[in-house]
Design a protein around this ligand. Structure first.
Ligand SMILES: Nc1ncnc2c1ncn2[C@@H]1O[C@H](COP(=O)(O)OP(=O)(O)OP(=O)(O)O)[C@@H](O)[C@H]1O
Ligand SMILES: [Mg+2]
Length: 440
């Protein structure tokens, strides 16, 4: 089998050009991916490591310029080559500004194409080499977005555990990305070909959980009319992710302990142990230490589950990630709901950054999703929920100037009384004139 060279993504709304490019490149053993729209191209980019992008500029819906901007941001090391019909001077300038060096006009010969591709590749390898010499690579880690210290630390821990089967315990508030971290451990590591099975122990009725997890034999209980495997057997060779482990009954806990100690499972109603080899990741946002005190969680199990602990910090402790996350969600839901790229008004981000995000990334995602549905091309402050605009929580680590606090408080009160200044001044015990002055 021939060894395939680089992955090349071809983007053009003209399928004939796509076929032509593909034929030329495949003849030279390049591995090609085709997309007839920017939308499709983005989907491919998400799942595949692309070395070179070859794109047309004028396309309906979203044009090649947007794709270049997007890739310059998210895949700075990817080679980019533009092929287009009639470029205007303005077009050429924009393209050059987005970091593209090679530019080919239609029609082109096979030889011209190959030369341009080689030049692009040469540029690209030197670019990625320089990056690799730096200790930290500033690219997204799988699906995990964020450049804060907190998220970098999480990524470092994932790197440590991804290639071994050490049991991992993930803690963190609701919506911080615990499941995403679990998936990343599995999919970034060397056992990624094995299954990844996520089980929410809180969503399965307590009396069924044991049988669902470990399987059962015929006659184990009424209704057990056949032998059945559970999630553990299904996850063999890969990873099982047990979310909300605090919901596991003591019976489930003791079976789980056996898996960890003896590397074997016993089906409900059976005596026979089956060997099993998998990685166990658990997560919870309940307080297991408290449960140990109340004797609802086994301490011997706790210590075996927490071989490696990964704490995912809440969003309010890594506010610098908000801009990056927001951008991702704008992109994702912009394409999904509006078939286009949606931007945020400049005053939206500061509001997002000062909110405390009790629901963390999931809350941010939901709020932006809703805002995009309500917006046209631009997400403005109006599309944000009222609570976000006025309900400012000052955590004890946030020191704000008194004036700022006063301002926010006045706005909050005004909001609460539907902008009725008479009422607001009554509550604030200042006269209307003072209120008007302060509002200025
Ligand atoms: N760093 C991140 N980058 C991109 N997306 C993220 C990040 N963290 C979380 N998300 C997204 O936020 C949503 C919530 O994440 P996830 O389900 O992993 O949270 P969780 O901690 O398991 O929450 P819960 O405790 O409620 O189960 C998901 O859609 C996930 O993809
Ligand atoms: Mg979860």
């Amino acid at each position: 089998m021939a060894f395939l060279k680089e992955n090349v993504l071809l983007v053009d709304d003209d399928v004939h050009i796509l076929e032509l490019l593909q034929r030329h490149l495949q003849a030279l053993d390049y591995h090609t991916f085709k997309a007839v729209s920017v939308r499709e191209a983005v989907t491919i980019l998400k799942d595949t490591k692309i070395d070179v992008l070859i794109t047309d500029l004028n396309m309906p819906e979203i044009d090649g310029f947007e794709l270049l901007k997007f890739t310059a941001e998210h895949y700075p090391n990817m080679g980019k080559l533009v092929i287009t019909g009639f470029p205007s001077i303005q077009d050429s300038l924009t393209v050059i500004q987005s970091g593209v060096v090679e530019y080919l006009t239609k029609p082109f010969t096979k030889q011209e194409l190959i030369e341009a591709l080689h030049k692009t590749l040469a540029q690209n390898t030197s670019a990625s080499k320089t990056i690799k010499n730096h200790v930290e690579v500033d690219e997204p880690y799988g699906d995990i977005i964020g450049k804060s210290k907190g998220i970098k630390h999480v990524i470092q821990l994932i790197e440590r555990v991804k290639n071994n089967k050490a049991t991992v315990f993930i803690s963190g508030e609701s919506g911080t990305g615990k499941e995403l971290v679990a998936r990343s451990i599995h999919y970034q590591g060397q056992f990624s070909r094995g299954p990844f099975i996520a089980v929410n122990c809180g969503a399965i009725p307590e009396n069924l959980l044991e049988a669902e997890l470990f399987g059962y034999v015929k006659g184990a209980f009424t209704g057990a009319d056949t032998n059945r495997n559970g999630f553990f057997q299904a996850a063999n060779g890969g990873t099982i992710f047990l979310d909300e482990i605090g919901n596991a009954s003591l019976a489930v806990q003791s079976r789980l302990l056996r898996v960890l100690q003896e590397k074997e499972v016993v089906k409900v109603g059976s005596q026979k142990a089956e060997k099993i080899d998998l990685r166990i990741i658990t997560a919870t946002n309940s307080n297991l230490k408290e449960m140990i005190k109340n004797q609802t969680f086994r301490d011997d199990l706790y210590y075996r589950l927490t071989v490696v602990e990964i704490y995912v910090p809440p969003l309010r402790d890594r506010k610098e990630d908000i801009a990056h996350l927001a951008e991702k969600f704008l992109y994702k839901y912009g394409l999904e709901y509006k078939d286009r790229l949606i931007k945020m008004d400049t005053n939206v981000l500061p509001i997002l950054e000062r909110y405390a995000w009790p629901g963390n990334i999931r809350e941010l995602e939901n709020i932006l999703q809703r805002a995009i549905i309500l917006s046209d091309k631009l997400v403005t402050v109006d599309a944000l929920p009222e609570s976000l605009k006025y309900n400012i929580s000052f955590s004890d680590s946030d020191f704000v100037p008194l004036k700022e606090m006063e301002k926010q408080y006045i706005l909050k009160v005004l909001h609460a009384c539907n902008q009725n200044k008479t009422k607001a001044s009554e509550i604030l015990q200042i006269n209307r004139k003072t209120l008007r002055e302060k509002l200025k």
